[in-house]
Design a protein around this ligand. Structure first.
Ligand code: ATP
Length: 424
């Protein structure tokens, strides 16, 4: 489909998923605000990730570390000296580009002007901590991982886990991207779901493969088809093996998530820099050593974009063209919508309110709609990916049955009110 990204951007704004950040002031590049349906979808993605990467696993510990950390963290991790992208400027229109994204092009893609030679641009956002102009400089974290490494000893001291074990965290990360673009794909403020899994050095391949499988299962559970695994040659300084999980975005096949073997680089660097020994003591053998790390790293926003792109469908239903989101029911922002057939019949409205309230109490995320004819209500719910619509009509008042309509097929069937929870 031509311009699927534009279709998604337009749907996301029209239906309250995602708005441009600071929109009434003309926006801010690389910043977006999530509306009610976007928040709900994002929460469902995060909840499912937590279930599959934390709750359903053995010995994974949750964490919510601070966004602003002691600047020494970023010196030790290599981010102060090395977290940079090559920047080139156009001498004519002054647009800026990442040199590595220009395929050796020597002229400006926007105006054909001459490009400067590349300079390294550090992507961390600087801030000052405390009052006064000479207050110490720190940074907004560019990844959540370092919050995990600096808490390694706290987790060991509190819980005494045996290897292998992991520490997981979901949270915001900030990168002053040279060229934010492609909607929420490349933002300056975004969210990550990261797990640092600590293993014995000899076991790293086994656990790399384990998490690769969990990532594949996660892709399947959220309905992202066609994820490609690319064994990367050009990898970060801390890694010995990295696989990019790539997706066919409308702007090209590119990184959705990463899986990296980070060796013992980070724990060693923080041990040296902080003077605190970040080692693991094997209580059976008495060995003390620095564990190695496998890291599945997933961006929430890129995941959400890939989900919307995979779910976006146009078809003909009953001779009419329609747009719908074929979202898996577990992550759809609204699980079901409840309608009274007619909004001017108080007995129907009252019965429908009862069904709505009881489903809402038990399942949350249930919508109410009594606006326009039923066909229009179905279309509205289709467009936001609601799997089932429930209509209360005059028969309901007689026999406690309702019409349940399926999003994908448009098929309708009668069901008992008491069975609704199981059905949806
Ligand atoms: P890229 O090469 O696209 O800049 P990266 O390799 O720097 O990405 P990582 O450091 O591996 O990305 O970050 C882990 C994950 O965080 C990515 O796979 C992606 O899902 C997400 N992510 C990274 N940068 C951004 C961004 N600017 N906006 C949204 N999500 C991002």
């Amino acid at each position: 489909m031509e311009n699927k990204l534009e279709a998604i951007v337009s749907l996301a704004k029209r239906r309250g998923f995602i708005f441009a950040g600071s929109e009434i002031y003309g926006g801010l590049a690389g910043s977006f605000d999530y509306g009610p349906l976007g928040v709900s979808l994002k929460n469902n993605i995060k909840k499912l990730w937590w279930k599959m990467f934390v709750d359903n696993q053995d010995r994974i510990f949750g964490l919510d570390a601070a966004i602003i950390m002691n600047p020494k963290v970023w010196e030790a991790s290599g981010h102060v000296s090395g977290f940079s992208d090559p920047l080139v400027d156009c001498e004519k229109c002054h647009h800026r580009f990442r040199a590595d994204q220009l395929d050796n092009q020597k002229t400006c893609p926007d105006c054909g002007g001459k490009l400067s030679s590349p300079s390294q641009f550090n992507m961390m956002f600087k801030t000052q901590v405390g009052a006064g102009e000479d207050a110490p400089v720190s940074f907004l974290r560019p990844e959540t991982a370092q919050g995990i490494f600096v808490n390694f000893k706290n987790i060991i001291d509190c819980f005494h886990p045996k290897l292998p074990f992991g520490i997981a965290q979901i949270g915001k990360a900030f990168r002053n991207e040279i060229a934010p673009r492609d909607f929420v794909f490349r933002q300056r403020e975004f969210e990550q779901m990261e797990l640092e899994y600590f293993v014995r050095e000899n076991d790293w391949e086994k656990y790399f493969e384990k998490w690769q499988l969990v990532m594949r299962d996660f892709a399947e559970s959220i309905g992202i088809k066609d994820v490609y695994e690319n064994n990367k040659e050009d990898i970060a300084h801390y890694s010995k093996k990295t696989i990019d999980f790539e997706y066919d975005f409308p702007f090209g096949r590119t990184e959705l998530w990463g899986l990296a073997y980070r060796t013992d680089f980070d724990l060693r660097a923080h041990s040296v820099s902080s003077g605190v020994d970040l080692v693991y003591l094997d209580e059976e053998t008495g060995d003390r050593f620095t564990p190695h790390v496998i890291e599945p790293s997933l961006g929430v926003d890129r995941t959400l974009l890939a989900i919307l792109l995979s779910a976006y469908t146009e078809d003909d239903l009953g001779g009419e063209k329609r747009i719908y989101l074929k979202l898996p029911s577990g992550i759809a922002p609204i699980r079901a919508a409840v309608f009274p057939l007619l909004k001017n019949k108080p007995e129907l409205v009252q019965k429908a309110r009862e069904v709505y309230e009881s489903l809402k109490t038990e399942l949350g995320n249930i919508a109410w709609d009594d606006n326009g004819n039923i066909g229009k209500r179905y279309r509205r719910q289709d467009e936001i990916g609601t799997p089932s619509c429930i209509t209360i009509d005059f028969d309901t008042l007689e026999d406690d049955t309702v019409t349940v309509r399926d999003r994908d097929t448009g098929e309708q069937r009668r069901a008992k009110i008491r069975d609704l929870k199981t059905i949806i």
